[in-house]
Design a protein around this ligand. Sequence first.
Ligand SMILES: NC(=O)c1ccc[n+]([C@@H]2O[C@H](COP(=O)([O-])OP(=O)(O)OC[C@H]3O[C@@H](n4cnc5c(N)ncnc54)[C@H](OP(=O)(O)O)[C@@H]3O)[C@@H](O)[C@H]2O)c1
Length: 306
Amino acid sequence: MGRKPTPEPRLSRRGAVGAAAGLAFAGAAAAATGGTARAAERRGGARRFEGRSVLITGGTSGIGRAAAEAFAREGARVAFCGRRERLGRAVERTIRENGGEASYLRADVRDAEQVRSFVDRAVSRYGGPDIALNNAGVQRPFTDLHEVTVEEWDDVAGTNVRGVFLAMKYQIPPMRAAGGGVILVTGSSNQFATRNGLGSYTAAKNGVTGLVQAAALENAAHGIRVVAIAPGMTDTEMLDAHRPAGLSDEEWARTKAAFAEQGVAGLKRMAEPEEIAAAALALASDAFSFQTGTSVPVDGGQLAAL
Ligand SMILES: NC(=O)c1ccc[n+]([C@@H]2O[C@H](COP(=O)([O-])OP(=O)(O)OC[C@H]3O[C@@H](n4cnc5c(N)ncnc54)[C@H](OP(=O)(O)O)[C@@H]3O)[C@@H](O)[C@H]2O)c1
């Protein structure tokens, strides 16, 4: 059975003015459902990853940044990459100021040599790797497939699926040599369904499904679990790809809240990046020792709707 064809929610100025009227911003919704208390609980004293070596691609902002901070808070030594050096240094500094251990190592995941060097430098600094979170990703403005340029296709596929392949290619040998570990990939609810204008992104994220299945089977005997976390709409810089020109920050916040109200059937709000990071840490933990080869939606009920 297909999903009921409903008008696609679009991020537009009209949406901001119309659908957003009377809506609270997502942060307020999170607080109303106890999000603040749970966030405090998540920051609690657990040290599940004491001394573990963690590699993260795309740790300069959003979900990757939240995961780097959370792993470090729980005792891990975190090496992360991204292209924006100023942000990378800032994340590294914040983690160290809070008593954690982290290193920003610049790398572009589309470039095989840079990924190999990132993994090599991270392993020689922190050992392992015990855990990898292959998270770097990009989205482009909504564009029908036949209008996607070849350059845009190559960028989306090169980052979201080739970048994951390259990361796995260089992580798996040292992880096998170290006796095992966990490889997580940040997939998307678009592994399961799409919306108009997201064809290249959906195709790339479906590629993640296959990579996770193949890597899980090939590495189970080596003590390596491989799992994708599939977030729904999350309030990060990635959504700025869809920001209409000329919107104020306030209008943009209202537009996103309206989009989430319409598009996330269950909780009717975006996730905070910390909520997705918390799920990633759980999947990386021994609590999920039987989980491998799967893509796990964390989507606020987005995919539950027909
Ligand atoms: N936000 C959502 O609604 C949502 C929903 C489902 C899945 N996701 C997935 O979540 C992951 C993280 O995205 P986010 O939402 O946290 O957005 P974000 O804040 O834009 O983070 C994306 C991260 O990927 C990095 N990155 C992008 N291209 C890269 C490249 N070529 N080389 C190295 N790093 C690169 C960025 O760093 P630099 O720019 O510094 O390179 C940044 O750290 C992505 O895989 C995305 O597809 C997001």
